[in-house]
Design a protein around this ligand. Structure first.
Ligand code: GUN
Length: 277
């Protein structure tokens, strides 16, 4: 069994991004990410703080704009429009979940050229038509991890458990673009175990602590755990790591697997937006 060390790979990519930023700075280009945070959701506060910290580490300017949870929609719309028209802003991130307002509508007001999350219908549609421009950070991090670990996906049976708009769906499309045979399972799937046991590569993103045990896993499968389940200040994956590890050929842990890759891929997306401008 091999442990896929996302922290190691993320640190390596961070070094590459730092150099890219330094080269852009020499050309008087200062990559800038605008983050809109509405309300005071404690998880969102942590996510945004971590993003700010990582930006600073790499030399990216992070601009956080906070708005109240009970504010007017027009204020958010005006702010997005302002950032869309500001040449100094290269990427815009509207922190999800957005309380009280229509999140999808607001996400779609972000210019596709500044949509660092890849959540807009335009950028998702491009992924769906095998013309990837910006791929959402978590799917991108998973694809990158598999590439870096020399795990070829072409022709492999990949089973994704979870169909969210930010992980399962875009990931399925991105893997299809790379010639994998993709199955998406979800909460309504019947006989889940029978399906997960066909997986050469099993990717789990359902948000249920230690849901996947060894009886869901084929011998020598690659297991990627996307779960982030916080219980009593501890972080748990969707996969019961200790129970599954000896059955898997390779497995990503939580913490230290997909998580560190996600944030660095967001910043990699930002640098792509700067370079494509
Ligand atoms: N909330 C949790 N993760 C994310 C993310 O990657 N992007 C946005 N916009 N919101 C999030």
């Amino acid at each position: 069994m091999h442990i896929i060390d996302g922290k190691f790979w993320a640190n390596k990519i961070a070094e590459e991004l730092k150099l890219k930023v330094q080269n852009l700075n020499k050309k008087s280009i200062f990559p800038t990410l605008a983050i809109i945070l509405i309300g005071d959701n404690p998880s969102s506060e942590i996510y945004v703080r971590n993003k700010e910290k990582k930006c600073t580490e790499i030399g990216i300017k992070a601009m956080v704009k906070r708005l109240p949870a009970d504010g007017e929609e027009q204020k958010v719309i005006d702010l997005i429009k302002k950032f869309n028209n500001d040449e100094k802003v290269h990427g815009i991130l509207l922190q999800s979940p957005v309380p009280n307002l229509d999140e999808k509508k607001l996400m779609n007001l972000i210019s596709p050229k500044k949509d660092v999350d890849g959540f807009s219908t335009v950028n998702l549609g491009l992924v769906a038509s095998n013309d990837e421009h910006i791929l959402a950070a978590t799917p991108k991090g998973i694809i990158k991890l598999l590439e870096l670990e020399n795990i070829d996906v072409a022709g492999k049976n990949v089973v994704i458990v979870g169909r969210s708009n930010i992980v399962g769906r875009p990931l399925a499309l991105a893997l299809l673009n790379r010639d994998a045979t993709v199955t998406i399972a979800h909460s309504k799937t019947v006989n889940l175990k029978e399906i997960t046991k066909t997986a050469d590569i099993l990717i789990v993103a359902i948000g249920k602590k230690h849901f996947i045990t060894e009886d869901y896993v084929k011998d020598d499968a690659v297991v990627i755990d996307v779960g982030i389940n916080r219980v009593d200040n501890h972080l748990y994956g969707d996969v019961d790591f200790d129970n599954v590890k000896n059955k898997a050929k390779a497995i990503s842990p939580v913490p230290g697997g997909v998580g560190p890759m996600t944030i660095i891929m967001l910043l990699s997306n930002l640098i792509s937006l700067v370079e494509d401008k």
